[in-house]
Write a protein of this length. Structure first.
Length: 53
């Protein structure tokens, strides 16, 4: 399961922790911040984590 430290975008209302998440991987570099930003986990990451992907 390719989980990593959380990251988020200053333009999104969720954070990411799965390197296979398309939404998380498409964040523009200038908008990425480390940590969860106090935001809930994105559904795509959550589903990937449950599937072990």
């Amino acid at each position: 399961m390719p989980r990593t430290s959380a990251w988020h975008s200053i333009k999104q209302s969720v954070h990411h922790n799965n390197t296979n998440c398309n939404t998380g991987n498409n964040i523009e570099k200038e908008n990425i911040r480390q940590g969860d930003g106090g935001k809930p986990l994105c559904k795509e990451c959550s589903d990937l984590n449950k599937e072990g992907k």
